[in-house]
Design a protein around this ligand. Structure first.
Ligand code: GLU
Length: 342
């Protein structure tokens, strides 16, 4: 039987880090071929191509590297890969996965993995994660699901996945949506059929600076005006509870929303913003009246990336609320469509 082709690219992160006396700690050094060599049996499972796209801590990844990853992955699919795997630092996976998923048009899976423990530490999780990622990438059941994150034998969708713990191996969770599936005895088992996917329009300009400004006790949100002075082209407010800010912050939002789009997302880590429950000054009803867009189920980090993508496609300002509503609201079952909608 011919083995499926799976392409693996490394970007850096803990999975690739070894100690450096000069740096005073671990730094990214291993490339994709070295990561593969550390996984017993991986070569027997699939025909693997490996490439090192960068050796960065994931905090220093940016849209340029991610667009290069998309081009690399698309090229590998065109060359016959059944799926592609990216290894990277876990610090930003919840964002990189969402960003890549905005643009991943192929039915073949793009799987992201990493590690919480360095390769030389006891119980290093990188090899098991890479093995599971390849098993997910080569499985037909993974097709049409977009970008998936595989860590700790659990499969997460880009839409929901969040890093929940700074150091624990079981850090990745999917609040609200739940994990997509689990890897059991070497194969992914999915809890649901593949669902609704949306794609962002292709970028036609560079990605804008989009700020996230938190609502904080006793704060009047004047960072929102400062962000405009610094050249930010849109603002996401990481709001209290179901989408709330102080009286002063509400006034800032009204002022700023006259110039740039302002999105209100919840800072709580799970749950949706409300839309018709609270009426006090600074409530979700009040902020919507003042021109803000409610992010509903999108967390601030994901709302920021969507807003950036809409602006990078030069979406007219008046169309942004409607585009956001499509992304932030859950699909009705009657509209579930396995084909991605641009
Ligand atoms: N804990 C992170 C990791 O898993 C630190 C470094 C990074 O994100 O690149 O890789």
């Amino acid at each position: 039987m011919t083995r499926p082709l799976v392409a693996i690219a490394s970007l850096g992160g803990t999975i690739s880090m070894t100690p450096s006396d000069a740096a005073g700690g671990v730094v990214p050094r291993l490339d994709a071929a070295q990561l593969v060599a550390a996984v017993p049996g991986l070569g027997a499972l699939a025909e693997l191509s490996t490439e090192s796209l960068s050796q960065l801590p994931s905090a220093s990844l940016g849209t340029e590297q991610l667009l290069a990853c998309l081009a690399w992955a698309a090229e590998k699919i065109a060359g016959g890969a059944r799926g592609v795997v990216l290894t990277q630092g876990t610090d930003t996976i919840e964002e990189t996965a969402f960003f890549l998923d905005l643009y991943w048009r192929h039915p073949e899976p793009l799987v992201i993995t990493g590690a919480m423990r360095t390769p030389l530490s006891a119980g290093a999780d990188g090899p098991a994660n890479l093995l599971a990622a390849v098993q997910v990438a080569m499985d037909d059941e993974s097709r049409g699901r977009g970008v998936l994150v595989v860590m700790n034998d659990t499969v997460h969708r880009a839409r929901w996945v969040c890093k929940s713990d700074s150091l624990a191996v079981q850090t990745f969770v999917s609040p609200d949506g739940g994990p997509a599936g689990r890897v059991v005895e070497g194969r992914p088992e999915y809890f649901h059929a593949q669902g609704h996917r949306l794609l962002a329009p292709s970028p036609t300009r560079t990605f804008p600076k989009v700020a996230i400004i938190p609502a904080m006790l006793g704060d009047d949100g004047d960072l929102a005006s400062a962000a405009l002075d610094l050249g930010y082209e849109a603002i996401v407010v990481s709001a209290f509870g179901a989408g709330h800010v102080s009286f002063g912050f509400a006034e800032q939002i009204e002022r700023v929303a006259k110039t740039v789009p302002v999105v209100i997302a919840s800072r709580t880590g799970s749950g949706a913003t409300a839309s018709r429950t609270y009426g006090f000054a600074g409530s979700e009803v009040d902020l919507a009246r003042r021109g803000a867009i409610l992010a509903k189920w999108l967390h601030p980090l994901k709302a920021r990336l969507l807003l950036g993508a809409l602006l990078a496609a030069q979406t007219p300002r008046e169309q942004i609320p409607e585009a956001f509503a499509r992304w932030s609201t859950l699909p009705r079952h009657s509209s579930i469509n396995p084909q991605p909608q641009p």
